[in-house]
Design a protein. Structure first.
Length: 232
């Protein structure tokens, strides 16, 4: 009996040992496969992490570059804004200057028909005559000098006669007297006819109760000459 037990025990031990070895091998293989898979997963995750890191780095660089471009654009926008402000200020200055010029021009236009009397002289005539006397020439020459010195000035002539005679006759006589003065200014002194404005006013009627004398009638036979210049 003991003889059979001993071989059986040995066989059982061998079986247990064989089973243990097989289990160890199985565990080793299983662990090895797991380690391989884990290693592969780790490698895959590391690769993904590297890719992610690279993309992050690239994105960061792109963001930095974009930030630099934005800063550059901000700087340029600031320059453009400065130029725009300068231009706006210049436009304002020009606009104000134009307004002032327009105002001055409007004022000049408004005053072009407003004249101020710069000088007045009187030339006298003999009774029933329209010829200029020598005494009148000197005063007319002084008036001509002032007229030529101001190209915008004009001359106004008003002719008068003493109370004797009819109205119709005296109107004609005073017309001839202002024509004589105008003719001298144009022909002898070279004054443009357009700068001369003349009218015969006829006879001067005496005031009520006024006594006529040779002196008063001599003063009535005259042409009044006014030098007029536009108001500035």
């Amino acid at each position: 009996m003991k003889r059979w037990i001993t071989p059986l025990a040995c066989s059982a031990v061998l079986i247990v040992l064989a089973t243990g070895c097989a289990t160890k091998n199985f565990v080793r293989e299983h662990v090895g496969a797991s380690e391989t898979k884990i290693g592969q997963r780790v490698d895959t995750q590391e690769t993904k992490l590297q890719d992610t890191t690279q993309r992050t780095t690239a994105n960061t660089q792109a963001i930095d570059a974009a930030g630099q471009r934005i800063q550059t654009l901000d700087g340029r926008l600031g320059e453009v804004a400065g130029v725009a402000n300068d231009a706006k200020r210049d436009v304002g200055v020009v606009a104000n200057s134009l307004k002032e010029t327009e105002a001055q021009l409007s004022q000049r236009i408004a005053n072009r028909n407003n004249y101020s009397t710069m000088e007045t002289i009187i030339v006298y005539f003999d009774f029933n005559k329209s010829d200029l006397k020598d005494a009148g020439f000197n005063e007319l020459r002084e008036m001509v000098k002032a007229l030529k010195a101001n190209p915008n000035a004009i001359i106004e002539l008003q002719g008068f006669a003493d109370p004797r005679g009819t109205d119709r006759y005296n109107y004609q006589l005073t017309r001839e007297r202002v024509d004589a003065v105008a003719r001298y200014l144009v022909r002898e002194q070279g004054i443009d006819l357009r700068r001369i404005h003349s009218v015969g006013m006829g006879k001067i009627a005496p005031a009520a109760g006024e006594k006529q004398t040779n002196e008063s009638m001599a003063k009535a036979r005259r042409v009044e000459i006014r030098l007029l210049a536009p108001q500035s």
